[in-house]
Design a protein around this ligand. Structure first.
Ligand code: AMP
Length: 309
C-alpha cells in the first residue's frame, strides 16, 4: 500500500460567500488534502498543529477517514490557526480578511518514525520552514515530493520558500501566484521560470477555468467541470492537490502520462468540494458518484477530429 505523508494546516475557517456565511468551521490545507486522498487505498498520515480549542470531534472526523494523526501536535494552551476569507460575486477572487497563525507561529514538526519511509510527500500550504523541516527528517528521498503554497508565504517568507521550491518535484499554485512568483504574466513563461527554480513539473490552477500541467516542453490542460451550483470554493486547490497526489501514490507511477490522469482526479474531487460550505461535501462521497463524474470529464474533453496534414 502506498504511504503518503501530508503536511499542512488544520484550521478554523470563517467563510463568506454571496450565498452565506459560516462561523468557525473545520478547514485547513491538510484537512482538504487528506480528505481527498482518503478516497484512495493508502496509508496516509498528517503533520500539523492545533490548539487546545480544537474540538476532539473534528480530529475524530479525520481519524474516521483513516488518517493517521500521530504527527498532529495539540498545544493545550494555544489557539488553532484561524483563517477568514470573503469571496466576490463571481467566486473567482477572494479577499483574505484574517490570517492568525497562532500555534503555527512556532510549530516544530516531528515526523513519526513509521512515516520516515513514505514514498509520497505532500507539502501542503503552511510555513516553508515547517515544510523544509519535514523534508529534512526523511532520510531516503521519497519517490515524489509535491509542494503547494500561496501568496501569503511569498509575501512574508520568500527566501525560505525559494529553498523549499528548489527541493521539490512538483509545485501546484494558482495563476496569480505563478505570476507573482515568476514576475511573468504569460503562464507559459511563468512555468518556464518556475522550472528553473527546481520543480520538473509545474501545475497551475485556474479555478473554474481548469488546470495546466507543464513538464518542460510538454503541456496538458484539464478543464474544471462546468457545475450548476458552486457554493464555496474554499479548499478546492487543496482538494485538487490531494486527489492529484493520492492517485499518483495509489498507482506508483509518476510519468507525465499518469500525471495527466492525476490532474483529472484532482479536478474531479475539487468539483465536489465546491458544492457545499467548507469540507462538508468531502466526507461522504461514494465511489459510484466519483466514477460518474470522471465519465463526465471524459465526455467533456474527448473529441475526434480529422487532420488534413
Ligand atoms: P484553498 O481554497 O485551496 O486555497 O485553501 C483554503 C484553505 O487554506 C483554508 O481551509 C485555510 O485554512 C487554509 N489557509 C489559508 N491561508 C493559509 C496560509 N497562509 N497558510 C496555510 N493555510 C492557509
Amino acid at each position: 500500500m502506498g504511504k503518503l505523508l501530508i503536511v499542512g494546516t488544520v484550521a478554523f475557517d470563517a467563510i463568506e460567500t454571496p450565498f452565506g456565511k459560516t462561523d468557525k468551521i473545520l478547514g485547513g490545507a491538510a484537512t482538504y488534502i487528506g480528505l481527498s486522498a482518503s478516497y484512495f487505498n493508502l496509508d496516509s498520515g498528517l503533520i500539523s498543529v492545533v490548539g487546545g480549542d480544537f474540538p476532539e470531534e473534528y480530529l475524530q472526523l479525520l481519524r474516521d477517514k483513516k488518517m493517521d494523526l500521530s504527527g498532529v501536535e495539540v498545544v493545550k494552551d494555544g489557539k488553532t490557526f484561524f483563517w477568514s476569507g470573503r469571496y466576490n460575486y463571481n467566486l473567482n477572487t477572494r479577499d483574505t480578511l484574517i490570517t492568525d497563525l497562532n500555534v503555527l507561529a512556532d510549530f516544530k514538526p516531528v515526523v513519526p518514525d513509521h512515516f520516515t519511509d513514505c514514498g509520497f510527500l505532500m507539502l501542503g500550504n503552511l510555513h516553508p520552514a515547517v515544510q523544509m523541516s519535514v523534508i529534512n527528517q526523511i532520510p531516503k528521498r521519497p519517490k515524489l515530493v509535491v509542494l503547494d503554497t500561496m501568496n501569503f508565504w511569498m509575501d512574508n517568507t520568500l527566501d525560505e520558500l525559494m529553498e523549499v521550491i528548489e527541493k521539490v518535484d512538483v509545485i501546484t499554485i494558482n495563476d496569480e501566484e505563478a505570476r507573482q512568483l515568476s514576475g511573468e504574466y504569460s503562464l507559459v513563461r511563468a512555468a518556464q521560470k518556475i522550472h528553473k527554480m527546481g520543480p520538473k513539473f509545474v501545475v497551475i490552477k485556474k479555478g473554474e477555468h481548469g488546470a495546466l500541467l507543464f513538464n518542460n516542453g510538454d503541456v496538458f490542460f484539464a478543464p474544471a467541470l462546468p457545475l450548476e451550483e458552486v457554493f464555496d470554493p474554499t479548499g478546492a486547490g487543496d482538494t485538487f492537490a490531494g486527489g492529484f497526489i493520492g492517485y499518483l501514490a495509489s498507482t506508483h507511477d509518476i510519468s507525465f502520462e499518469n500525471m495527466k490522469r492525476a490532474i483529472i482526479y484532482g479536478s474531479n474531487f475539487a468539483s465536489f468540494c465546491v458544492e457545499k460550505f467548507g469540507a462538508e461535501r468531502m466526507f461522504d462521497l461514494s465511489q459510484e458518484e466519483i466514477q460518474r463524474r470522471l465519465k463526465q470529464f471524459k465526455q467533456l474533453t474527448q473529441f475526434e477530429i480529422e487532420l488534413t496534414h
